[in-house]
Write a protein that binds this ligand. Structure first.
Ligand code: DAH
Length: 337
């Protein structure tokens, strides 16, 4: 009969699922007055001395076994509850907030811009952005384009009502003298700078023209800058972008802020395997008037500058046929990069 109690207890214990259930079972056996096992213990006092000794020992053995069963079940339940709690409260701090397939990525234009910036910084150029709403002074005057100069007509842009001297910059060349004023310490220090940014022109849009687009420019001023430096820097940049040696050629061209000025073409092979030249960017040696505007003595200092359409590079790199996609915010387009 006593053994039956132990077995019953052990059987019930095995089946419990929670700590509350376990305690409830325990109490039915071991509650001080009402517990069935406690009652057996209380019965001992009515036995004879010898019987008490015999049964007492047997009951103690049983009690130890039952408590052992109880303890191990309790430990087991604690473990289960703890791991359930950990699983419930666990926060994975490395988990992205959005499901992976919905995560955004860097716009193709920004990818190319970052790549160009990396190469330029590796050659010791600082990289800076500048104001998109700019004074005529930096967009034109400092670049050897006075107000009567016809070159202003080819860069028609947006103006701000009641502010005749402000323009939405038509090129990032506004940064040339701006940066030199900022860093050349009144024409006493050399400078290397690259400046990508957003530019604006009053254009009818089509597959190759946008009214809002991006350019990438760089300049370098020192005491002995040559055309070899100009070509070297540009080739290094193109090499990094296209991951191969690029053959280039210079054609004389006119930009008011360089003298001599060139257009640089790159050689490429078209789909019919014909070698062709493609116009890539404008460049040249800095015009003395620009150096003067920047505070340099143009007899002692000289510089190089080159500028290109960033969007154009992106179109070429990825084989995109229409520039308007870049601004479209169309996810069907953007998700391809
Ligand atoms: N600013 C010129 C444009 O927007 C491009 C350019 C030509 C930049 C020659 C230069 C340069 O730095 O040297 O068409």
């Amino acid at each position: 009969m006593q053994n039956t109690i132990q077995h019953k207890f052990e059987k019930e214990i095995i089946q419990v699922q929670t700590r509350d259930e376990l305690e409830a079972v325990y109490q039915t056996y071991f509650a001080r007055k009402s517990g069935s096992f406690s009652k057996l213990m209380q019965g001992l006092k009515d036995l004879s001395k010898d019987e008490r000794k015999l049964y007492g020992k047997a009951l103690n053995d049983m009690k130890m076994k039952m408590e052992k069963a109880y303890d191990s079940k309790k430990a087991e339940l604690n473990k289960v509850e703890l791991s359930a709690q950990i699983a419930k409260e666990h926060i994975d701090v490395t988990q992205p907030k959005l499901p992976v397939k919905e995560r955004g990525h860097i716009h193709p234009r920004t990818q190319v811009r970052w790549q160009l910036e990396d190469v330029m910084s590796s050659m010791g150029f600082i990289v800076e952005d500048g104001p998109e709403l700019e004074s005529d002074y930096y967009v034109f005057d400092t670049l050897n384009i006075p107000s009567y100069h016809p070159a202003r007509d080819t860069q028609d842009t947006f103006y701000i009502k009641n502010h005749p001297d402000w323009t939405m910059r038509s090129h990032v060349s506004n940064m040339q003298v701006r940066l030199m004023h900022k860093y050349n310490e009144n024409g006493t220090k050399p400078i290397r700078a690259a400046y990508p940014g957003r530019t604006f022109r009053n254009e009818a849009t089509d597959a190759t023209h946008e009214h809002t687009f991006y350019q990438f420019e760089a300049l370098m001023v020192d005491r002995h800058i040559t055309i070899a430096n100009l070509v070297g820097v540009i080739k290094e940049l193109l090499h990094a972008l296209y991951k191969r040696n690029i053959e280039v050629r210079l054609r004389p061209s006119y930009f008011p802020f360089v003298e001599p000025g060139f257009e640089l073409d790159i050689k490429y092979v078209d789909t019919n395997k014909n070698e062709k030249w493609m116009e890539m960017l404008g460049c040249g040696l800095m015009h003395p008037n620009v150096l003067k505007a920047a505070g340099y003595d143009s007899h002692k200092w000289n510089g190089l500058a080159f500028g290109m359409g960033l969007d154009r590079l992106v179109l070429l790199k990825y084989g995109i046929e229409d520039i308007r996609f870049l601004m479209s915010c169309d996810l069907r387009f953007l998700k391809q990069f």
